[in-house]
Ligand binder design. Structure first.
Ligand SMILES: Cc1cc2nc3c(=O)[nH]c(=O)nc-3n(C[C@H](O)[C@H](O)[C@H](O)COP(=O)(O)OP(=O)(O)OC[C@H]3O[C@@H](n4cnc5c(N)ncnc54)[C@H](O)[C@@H]3O)c2cc1C
Length: 332
C-alpha cells in the first residue's frame, strides 16, 4: 500500500504551486485532478486571457502561467493521477483514505485545492456517444500527431475549437469545423485566420447522429439548424469542444465544516478534519479574497502546517527557498 505524505486534490494554479512547495519540503506527494490536464480554471476557462495581478509579472497569459508552474513542478518526481475524480475522503488510524473514480489512495495529510469544483468536459448529448469516447470521439487533444493524415471533425464555436482546427490543418488530411450557430464566439483574429485556411467550415449545423464500425466512430450525421437538410460525413475522429462544467456535488458528504460551497479553514489552513488542509478558491475565512495570488500565499502555509501535523518535529517556519533548495538538491 503506497502512502503519500501529502495528497493534493485539485491541480489548478494553487494545487500546482502547493505541489511544488511540498517538493521543496521533500514530501512524498500525490496530485489528483478530474481533468487529464493541469491548470484548473486557467486552462479550461481562459487560457488566452492575460492576468495582470500575479506578483512579478506585469502581464502574463493564463496558458503561460500554467506552463511556468508546470516547469517549476517538474523539478520533482511527484506522482500524478489525472483524469480521476475524488468522490470521498475518510480518516482512519491516522491515514486518510481517498476514494476516486479509479481507486483508493492513502495519505498522511491532504490539501484540498478544489477551486470551484471538479471540471468535466461538456459532453455530446447523443445516444451511444459514450461508446465512441476514446474510439474516435475525443474531448481533449493530448497529442496532435494522433490525427496525422486523418479526416477530423471539430465541434464547437469558441476559441479552443478554432485553435484546434487551425493547429490540425497542416497535420490532418482534412479538417471540418462544425458549429450550431452561423457566427463563432472566438476572437475575431482567430476567425479571420480560418478564411484563407483549408478548414471546411460547416455552420449552422448540429450533430444529429454518430455511427461506426467495429466499435470505432466512422460517420457523423449533421443537420442544418432549422431545416431538414442533413449531411453524412465520414470521419476518423470527432473532437468535441463544448466547454466545461464544474461541480462540488461530492463535497457535502466529506464531513468538512463548510458554508456556501467553501471549506472553512483556520489561519494555518487546517479544516475540521485533522490532517486535511485547504487552499485557494475552495477555502473560506473572514476576509478571504478569491485570487490566484492569495491562493499562492495559502499554499505554503497549508504545506508547512500539514508537514508539522504529520511530524510535530517539523518546523512550520522551515527557512527560505535557498536553504530548502540546497537541502533538496545540494550535497547530502
Ligand atoms: C474568466 C476568469 C478570469 C479570471 N481572472 C483572474 C485574474 O485576472 N486574476 C486572478 O487572480 N484570478 C482570476 N480568476 C480567478 C482564478 O482563476 C481563480 O482564483 C483560480 O483559478 C483559483 O485557483 P485554484 O487552484 O484554487 O482552483 P481552480 O483553478 O478552480 O482548480 C481547481 C482544480 O481542482 C479540480 N478538482 C476539483 N474538485 C475535484 C475532485 N473532487 N476531484 C478531482 N479534482 C477536482 C478541478 O478539476 C480543477 O482542475 C479568473 C477566473 C475566471 C473564471
Amino acid at each position: 500500500m503506497e502512502i503519500y505524505d501529502i495528497t493534493i486534490i485539485g491541480a489548478g494554479p494553487v494545487g500546482m504551486f502547493a505541489a511544488f512547495y511540498a517538493g521543496m519540503r521533500q514530501a512524498k506527494t500525490n496530485i489528483i485532478d478530474s481533468l487529464p490536464q493541469l491548470g484548473g480554471q486557467l486552462t479550461t476557462l481562459y487560457p488566452e486571457k492575460y492576468i495582470y495581478d500575479i506578483p512579478g509579472y506585469p502581464a502574463i497569459k493564463a496558458v503561460d502561467l500554467v506552463n511556468n508552474l508546470k516547469k517549476q513542478l517538474t523539478t520533482f518526481n511527484h506522482t500524478f493521477h489525472l483524469n480521476e475524480e475524488v468522490l470521498s475522503l475518510s480518516r482512519e488510524d491516522e491515514i486518510i483514505e481517498i476514494t476516486t473514480t479509479k481507486g483508493i489512495h492513502y495519505s498522511k495529510a491532504v490539501i484540498l485545492t478544489l477551486g470551484s469544483g471538479s471540471f468535466q468536459p461538456r459532453k455530446l448529448n447523443l445516444e451511444h456517444a459514450d461508446l465512441y469516447e476514446n474510439h474516435g470521439l475525443d474531448y481533449f487533444v493530448n497529442d496532435l500527431m494522433k490525427y496525422a493524415g486523418k479526416k477530423v471533425a471539430i465541434a464547437g464555436g469558441g476559441d479552443s475549437a478554432i485553435d484546434w482546427a487551425l493547429m490540425l490543418e497542416p497535420i490532418a488530411s482534412e479538417v471540418y469545423l462544425i458549429h450550431r450557430r452561423e457566427a463563432f464566439r472566438a476572437h475575431e483574429h482567430s476567425v479571420n485566420q480560418l478564411k484563407p485556411s483549408s478548414v471546411n467550415v460547416l455552420t449552422p449545423y448540429l450533430i444529429e447522429r454518430l455511427s461506426g464500425s467495429n466499435g470505432e466512430l466512422s460517420d457523423i450525421r449533421l443537420k442544418k439548424a432549422k431545416t431538414d437538410e442533413t449531411i453524412d460525413l465520414m470521419v476518423d475522429s470527432l473532437i468535441v469542444n463544448y466547454g466545461f462544467t464544474s461541480n462540488l456535488e461530492h463535497l457535502s458528504s466529506w464531513g468538512l465544516e463548510s458554508s456556501r460551497n467553501a471549506i472553512t479553514v483556520h489561519s494555518d489552513m487546517s479544516t475540521s478534519i485533522p490532517g486535511v488542509y485547504a487552499a485557494g478558491d475552495i477555502c473560506s475565512y473572514e476576509g478571504k479574497v478569491k485570487l490566484i495570488a492569495t491562493g499562492f500565499g495559502e499554499a505554503p502555509t497549508a504545506v508547512n502546517n500539514a508537514l508539522h501535523f504529520i511530524n510535530p518535529k517539523e518546523r512550520t517556519q522551515p527557512g527560505h527557498s535557498t536553504s530548502l533548495y540546497d537541502k533538496t538538491f545540494g550535497p547530502k
